[in-house]
Design a protein around this ligand. Sequence first.
Ligand SMILES: [Zn+2]
Length: 110
Amino acid sequence: MKKLTAYIIVFLLIILVSQSCKKHKYEKELIGKSLQNQTIVEERFLTAYKRIRKNARNGLAVVQIERDACGGCFNKIPPQKQMDIRMHKKIIVCEYCGRILVDENVVAKM
Ligand SMILES: [Zn+2]
């Protein structure tokens, strides 16, 4: 479970790095962290992440739940699925757009 949270954080870090960040220093720091983390993330997760990111329209592979909906495609997420996402037991993807869904706690840990 701790490991999974680490994976999610890594995904988010990579996203943060890939988005245009105004604070150059912060960006550099994140790139460093991202590269560091890429070496500890299993290959299959990285491959999945890259695949999703390539297909996602706005370039985001990991999105947050926003008002009970996927932050990427805005389709509603069933309550049971939202529970599963909050439990951090496994990586859960949006059934409509395939993006990885995370809760606000994961984002807050950043
Ligand atoms: Zn979606």
